[in-house]
Write a protein that binds this ligand. Structure first.
Ligand SMILES: Nc1nc2c(c(=O)[nH]1)N[C@H]1C(S)=C(S)[C@@H](COP(=O)(O)OP(=O)(O)OC[C@H]3O[C@@H](n4cnc5c(=O)[nH]c(N)nc54)[C@H](O)[C@@H]3O)O[C@H]1N2
Ligand SMILES: Nc1nc2c(c(=O)[nH]1)N[C@H]1C(S)=C(S)[C@@H](COP(=O)(O)OP(=O)(O)OC[C@H]3O[C@@H](n4cnc5c(=O)[nH]c(N)nc54)[C@H](O)[C@@H]3O)O[C@H]1N2
Ligand code: SF4
Ligand SMILES: [Mo]
Length: 752
C-alpha cells in the first residue's frame, strides 16, 4: 500500500456558535486527528467533544453522498441531473397552477453555520418569492431579534456581554458551559467565567435547573419557568424605586426612559415574588448588586426566548443594561463590529430605517410575519387547511422540523400530505423521509468556512476564514451550486440553468447595490472594475471577499500597499484567525433607528406589557411544567448517528425533583410517561434536586424511532421526542416564537 502524504490544516468548527479553531491532520482523504488549534487567536486550543466527531460525520456511511428520489416507500440513488430534472418536473406545475405561495420553505439551524447557506439560501428564497418562508429562528432567538430591532434598529444589533472584562454577569436561561454559548460567541466559557471570578467578579445564574454553568457561578436562583419578564421588571422597579438608575453617557441617546419607569411600577418585588418563586429580598439585592458593580452585564438566552413572554424578557435584559449604564461600555454589553455582513456597519452611521414588523400575517391563524418569515408553529396548519394560499409543496434546507418544532405529530402528518417535498440535507431522517427528492451537499470538510453570523455576536471582534480541507467528489456540486440550480428552477430558467452564470449575476447585483449605497467605501465606483478585481474567485468566496473589502476593516479596493485593510487573501494568510480587538463602544454610530436614539420603550413592546400584567393576576400554577435542556454530546437533532457522541450512558432522561418523584411514585431509572395537551412521550427518570420542584426537564432533538429513516446508530437509542409534548398554539405574540419552556404536563410511571 502506498503511504499517503500527511498534511496539517487549520479550520473552524462549524457545529456551534463558539466557532473554535481546529487543527486537522490528514493523510490523503483520511482524517488522522482533530485537535484544538492552540495558536488560534480566539479559542486558543479549546474544543468540546463534538469537534472530534467531525471525523465520524465525514465518514458516516449513513450520510448521503448522492441525490435520492423516493417512489412510494422506495428510495433510489440518482444522478444530479436526474434529481434536478425531477425537481423541475414536480415543482413547476405546482407553481404554475397554485402560485408562488403554494411552495413553502423551511431553513434550519446549520444554514447559519455555513457560508453557502447564509449567502445562497436567501438567493433561493428570493427566486422562490413565496410568502410561506419559515425557519428555526422562531423556535429560537426571534424574540431577541425583535427586541433588538425595535430598540437599536437592525435585527442583529444584539448587545453581547463583555465576559472578559465584566465584574458582574447575570445569566438567565442559558447554560453556556454545555451549549458553548449562543448570541455570545465565546469559546471556552468555563475558563472565561473562572477568570471573571478570579479577578473578583461575580456570576449569578437564574435557571429552573442547577446547571453546570450554575455550579461554576457564585449564586444560583431557581425561577419558575416563563416568569423571567416579571423578575427582570422587578429589578428595574427596584432600580427606579431606590434611585439607582444611572444611564450615564447613554442618557442623551435614549427615548422612553420615563415610560419604562411608569411600566415598572406594577412589578414590585413583593408582587412578582410568588409568580417567579424568587424572594423579594433576593430580587432587591440583585438589583443593588447590578447597580453597584463597577461593570455588569445581563445576558439571557434560550430559556428567556422560547417562552410565553420571550420578547418582553429579551427587551428587559437590555433595558437593565441601559438603566445601569452598562450598555455599550467596557465590561457591560456591547455591539460587535463585524468584518463582514453586518447591517449596523452599513449606510449612514447613527440613523436608519429601523425595523417594521407584522406587515403581513399567516393565512390560517393570523400570526405576524417577522423579518420576512412566518412563525414555524403555523407551518403544519398552513399545509393542512384547504383554501386559497394553501401550502402544497415544501423545500427544507438543513432543517429537521419534525423533531425540532412543536407538535411534531401534527407536522409529520402534514408533511405526509404534501404534493411534493424537496430536502437539501445530508441525512435521511425524521423530516427528510417525507421528501420526494433529497439533495445532499458535500461533507462540511469539503467547503470553505467563514462565520458571517457569529462574528456579529462575538465577545471579541475577530475574523477567520478556512478553505476546504478536502475537495468534493468529482461531479458533487457544492451547496451553493445546489441552491443556485434550485433558484434557476423556481425562477423558470429550468434545471439546466448554469449555476456559475447565476452566481455571476448575484455578484454583479451585490456589487452594483454597494456602489450605489450612500456612505459605502466603494460608492460611485465602476461595478465592472470591482468585479474584475475579484476574479478568478467565485461562489461564496467571491461574495465574502467583496463584503470583507467593503466592510469596516476592508481595503475598500483602494489598491493601497499590501497588508492594509482586510481582504480574503489577508485572512487566508492568517490561518489562526485575525484578532480585531476587544469590543468598543459604538453608540450612537451603531444605531439604525429612525430617531437615531435607543428606543427604550418601543410601542409594540409597551403594548404587550398589559398581557404580562394580566398574567400577574393568575395564581402560580399548581401543575407540573416541562422545560428543555442541552447535553454536551448532542447538537439539536442531527448528531445522534455518531457513535463517538452517543456511546455511554443515555442522556435523554426526564429530570424530576425528589419531592415530585415521591408524590408521583417515580423511581430513579424507571420509565415515566409524560402527557401534555399535544401528546405524550416516555423516558427514563433521573431523580435529582438539581431541578426545581414542580418542574421536569427533557432535552430536545430525540425521538429517532420513526420508520423509514436511515440513521442506523441513532435508531439503536432513539430517545423521547420532547416536541411531541410542546404545542403549536402557544406563542410569544410579538415574535411568533414557539413556547418550548413552561409547558403544562402530567407525569406518571409508564404503564401505570
Ligand atoms: N423543545 C425544544 N425544541 C427545540 C429547542 C429547544 O430548546 N427545545 N431548540 C430549538 C433550536 S434553538 C433550534 S436552532 C432548532 C433546530 O432546528 P432545525 O434546524 O430544524 O434542526 P436540526 O436538528 O438542527 O437539524 C438540522 C438538519 O440539517 C441537516 N444538516 C446538517 N448539516 C448540514 C449541511 O451542511 N447542509 C445541509 N443542507 N443540511 C445539513 C441535518 O441532517 C438535519 O436534518 O431546534 C429547536 N427546537
Ligand atoms: N451541546 C449542545 N450545544 C448546543 C446545542 C445543542 O443541542 N447541544 N444547540 C445549539 C443551539 S441551536 C442553541 S440555540 C444554543 C442554546 O444555548 P443555551 O441557551 O445556552 O441553551 P440551553 O443549554 O438549552 O440553556 C437554556 C437554559 O434555560 C433554562 N430554562 C428553561 N426555561 C427557562 C425559563 O423560563 N427561564 C429561565 N431563566 N431559564 C429557563 C434551562 O434549564 C437551560 O438551562 O446552544 C447551541 N449549542
Ligand atoms: S464548542 Fe462548538 S465550535 Fe467548539 S469544538 Fe465544540 S461544537 Fe465545535
Ligand atoms: Mo438554536
Amino acid at each position: 500500500m502506498m503511504t499517503q502524504p500527511t498534511a496539517t490544516h487549520y479550520t473552524t468548527c462549524p457545529l456551534c456558535e463558539a466557532t473554535c479553531g481546529l487543527e486537522v491532520q490528514t493523510a490523503g482523504r483520511e482524517i488522522v486527528s482533530i485537535r484544538g488549534d492552540r495558536d488560534d487567536v480566539f479559542s486558543q486550543g479549546y474544543i468540546c467533544p463534538k469537534a472530534a466527531a467531525l471525523k465520524e460525520l465525514d465518514a458516516d456511511p449513513d450520510r448521503l453522498r448522492a441525490p435520492m428520489i423516493r417512489e412510494g416507500e422506495q428510495w433510489r440513488s440518482v444522478s444530479w441531473d436526474e434529481a434536478f430534472a425531477e425537481v423541475e418536473r414536480r415543482l413547476t406545475p405546482i407553481l404554475e397552477q397554485h402560485g408562488r405561495d403554494a411552495v413553502a420553505a423551511y431553513a434550519g439551524n446549520p444554514n447559519v453555520h455555513n457560508l453557502a447557506g447564509l449567502l445562497y439560501t436567501p438567493a433561493f428564497l428570493h427566486a422562490l418569492a413565496s410568502r410561506n418562508v419559515f425557519s428555526a429562528s422562531t423556535v429560537d432567538q426571534m424574540p431577541k431579534q425583535v427586541s433588538a430591532g425595535l430598540m437599536f434598529g437592525t435585527m442583529l444589533s444584539i448587545p453581547i456581554p463583555d465576559v472578559d472584562r465584566t465584574s458582574y454577569l447575570l445569566i438567565l436561561g442559558a447554560n453556556p458551559l454545555v451549549s458553548n454559548g449562543s448570541l455570545m460567541t465565546a469559546p471556552n466559557m468555563r475558563d472565561r467565567i473562572r477568570r471573571l471570578r478570579a479577578r473578583g467578579g461575580r456570576v449569578v445564574v437564574v435557571d429552573p435547573r442547577r446547571t453546570r454553568t450554575a455550579e461554576e457561578a457564585d449564586e444560583h436562583l431557581f425561577i419558575q419557568p416563563g416568569t423571567d419578564a416579571f423578575f427582570l421588571f422587578a429589578l428595574a422597579h427596584t432600580l427606579f424605586a431606590e434611585g439607582l438608575v444611572r444611564p450615564g453617557r447613554l442618557g442623551e441617546h435614549l427615548n422612553g426612559l420615563d415610560e419604562v419607569e411608569h411600566l415598572a411600577r406594577a412589578f414590585a418585588p413583593e408582587v412578582v415574588a410568588p409568580v417567579c418563586r424568587i424572594a423579594p429580598d433576593a430580587i432587591r439585592r440583585i438589583a443593588r448588586e447590578l447597580a453597584a458593580a463597577e461593570s455588569a452585564a445581563v445576558y439571557g438566552r434560550i430559556g428567556t426566548c422560547t417562552q410565553e413572554f420571550g420578547t418582553l424578557a429579551s427587551w428587559l435584559v437590555d433595558v437593565l443594561n441601559v438603566l445601569t449604564g452598562n450598555l455599550d461600555r467596557a465590561g457591560g454589553a456591547l455591539f460587535p463590529r463585524a468584518a463582514a455582513g453586518a447591517r449596523n456597519t452599513e449606510g449612514t452611521p447613527g440613523r436608519g430605517a429601523g425595523v417594521r414588523l407584522g406587515l403581513r400575517h399567516s393565512r390560517v391563524r393570523g400570526l405576524p410575519a417577522v423579518y420576512g418569515e412566518l412563525p414555524v408553529v403555523a407551518l403544519a396548519e398552513e399545509i393542512l387547511t384547504p383554501g386559497d394560499g394553501q401550502i402544497r409543496a415544501l423545500v427544507t434546507i438543513a432543517g429537521n422540523p419534525v423533531l425540532s418544532t412543536p407538535n411534531s405529530g401534527q407536522l409529520a402528518q402534514a408533511l405526509g400530505q404534501l404534493d411534493f417535498m424537496l430536502s437539501v440535507d445530508v441525512y435521511l431522517n425524521e423530516t427528510t423521509r417525507h421528501a420526494h427528492v433529497i439533495l445532499p451537499p458535500p461533507s462540511p470538510l469539503e467547503r470553505g468556512h467563514y462565520d458571517l453570523a457569529f462574528y456579529q455576536l462575538s465577545v471579541r471582534n475577530i475574523a477567520r476564514y478556512s478553505p476546504a480541507i478536502f475537495s468534493a467528489a468529482a461531479g458533487h456540486p457544492q451547496e451553493w451550486e445546489i441552491l443556485l440550480r434550485l433558484a434557476g428552477i423556481v425562477s423558470g430558467q429550468g434545471a439546466a440553468a448554469d449555476p456559475v452564470a447565476l452566481d455571476d449575476v448575484m455578484a454583479q447585483q451585490l456589487i452594483r447595490r454597494e456602489t450605489k449605497r450612500e456612505g459605502s467605501r466603494v460608492a460611485g465606483r465602476d461595478p465592472a472594475e470591482l468585479l474584475a478585481a475579484l476574479a478568478p474567485q467565485r461562489g461564496p468566496e467571491r461574495l465574502l471577499d467583496f463584503m470583507l473589502r467593503t466592510g469596516p476593516y476592508g481595503d475598500g479596493f483602494a489598491g493601497g500597499p499590501e497588508g492594509q485593510g482586510l481582504t480574503l487573501a489577508a485572512l487566508e494568510a492568517a490561518p489562526h484567525g485575525r484578532d480585531l480587538g476587544p469590543l468598543q463602544p459604538r453608540i450612537p454610530e451603531v444605531l439604525r433607528t429612525p430617531s437615531g436614539k435607543i428606543e427604550l420603550a418601543p410601542p409594540a413592546i409597551v403594548a404587550d406589557v398589559a398581557r404580562l400584567q394580566g398574567a400577574l393576576a393568575a395564581r402560580p400554577a399548581e401543575q407540573l411544567v416541562l422545560i428543555g435542556r442541552r447535553e454536551l454530546r448532542s447538537n439539536n437533532s442531527w448528531m445522534h448517528n455518531l457513535r463517538t457522541l452517543t456511546k455511554g450512558a443515555e442522556t435523554c432522561l426526564l429530570l424530576v425533583h425528589p419531592d415530585d418523584a415521591r408524590r408521583l411514585g417515580l423511581a430513579d431509572g424507571a420509565h415515566a410517561r409524560v402527557t401534555s395537551a399535544s401528546g405524550c412521550a416516555e423516558a427514563p427518570v433521573r431523580v435529582t434536586d438539581a431541578i426545581m420542584p414542580g418542574v421536569v426537564s427533557l432535552p430536545h432533538g430525540w425521538g429517532h424511532d420513526a420508520p423509514g429513516t436511515q440513521l442506523r446508530v441513532a435508531a439503536d437509542h432513539p430517545g423521547a421526542n420532547v416536541n411531541a409534548l410542546t404545542g403549536e398554539l402557544a406563542v410569544d405574540p410579538l415574535s411568533g416564537n414557539a413556547v418550548l419552556n413552561g409547558v403544562a404536563v402530567t407525569v406518571a410511571p409508564a404503564g401505570a
